[in-house]
Design a binder for this molecule. Structure first.
Ligand code: GRF
Length: 229
């Protein structure tokens, strides 16, 4: 008779289910390779991983790169067997040198698309010129409203009734690149920065994988500052 505590049985079952789940979705090595850049929590990284596993993002997250060794989101890369790299910005002699190191990392891995997901660095032309229209960012407002930091707080302070999230191409100028997709999120009268941020974040998790899928697999062109699908 098995006298081991129930908790141990539950744990073994959880591990077994995890192994089954991860092994039932073999990663397609011929799919376009994505690099995800993070600095913190990594919930958008997790959304991209989930979309890849579900097949709604026909791509392979090839590498996760963080400028911070303590970014909690790195745990998702470890959990899902994705290569992760830490490139600390403090040790780079310049922004350009940092971006050159990123470009090297992308080129040796055949990266087709770069997704900035809470990556708290302004990129330089070194990176943008090496990957023209191949770098996406997600921002928690309906750009061009409320660029920069604390977008949710800015929205509340302006008393807007609708805000949202934007996925856009990255250019060296902060938060102004051509817009790929947006989602609107209503602002409630009683919203705090925290409650509004949480609803925007939930919308981001759907928006980012959809936008990456579109950019990788639909025909599009840039006209002026507009992305035409
Ligand atoms: C998101 O709100 C995103 O819009 C902004 O940074 C936050 C990153 O969150 N650029 P997470 O690290 O993906 O959870």
């Amino acid at each position: 008779m098995d006298r081991r505590p129930c908790r141990s049985r539950l744990w073994r079952r959880a591990v077994r289910e995890r192994l089954i789940r991860t092994s039932s979705t073999p990663r397609d090595s011929s799919a376009p390779a994505i690099a995800v850049l993070i600095s913190g929590r990594g919930s958008n990284l997790k959304a991209l991983i989930d979309a890849e596993s579900a097949g709604s993002l026909a791509a392979r997250i090839r590498v996760v790169i963080s400028n911070r060794a303590d970014a909690p989101g790195l745990a998702y890369a470890r959990e899902y067997g994705i290569e992760s790299l830490v490139l600390p910005h403090a040790s780079a002699p310049s922004r350009e040198a940092y971006d050159r190191a990123l470009v090297d990392a992308f080129q040796t891995r055949g990266i087709a698309l770069i997704c900035l997901a809470g990556f708290m660095r302004v990129v330089t032309p070194v990176l943008c010129d090496a990957y023209p229209w191949r770098i996406l960012n997600i921002h928690p407002s309906l750009l061009p409203a409320f660029p920069g930091a604390a977008a949710q707080r800015q929205a509340l302070e302006h008393g807007v009734k609708i805000t949202g999230a934007t996925v856009h191409f990255v250019t060296p100028e902060l938060d102004v690149g051509p817009i790929v997709r947006q989602v609107a999120v209503p602002v409630n009268e009683r919203d705090t920065v925290e409650s509004l941020s949480a609803r925007i974040l939930a919308a981001e998790h759907q928006l980012y994988p959809d936008a990456a899928q579109l950019v990788l697999h639909s025909p599009w062109r840039i006209e002026g500052r507009t992305v035409v699908f």
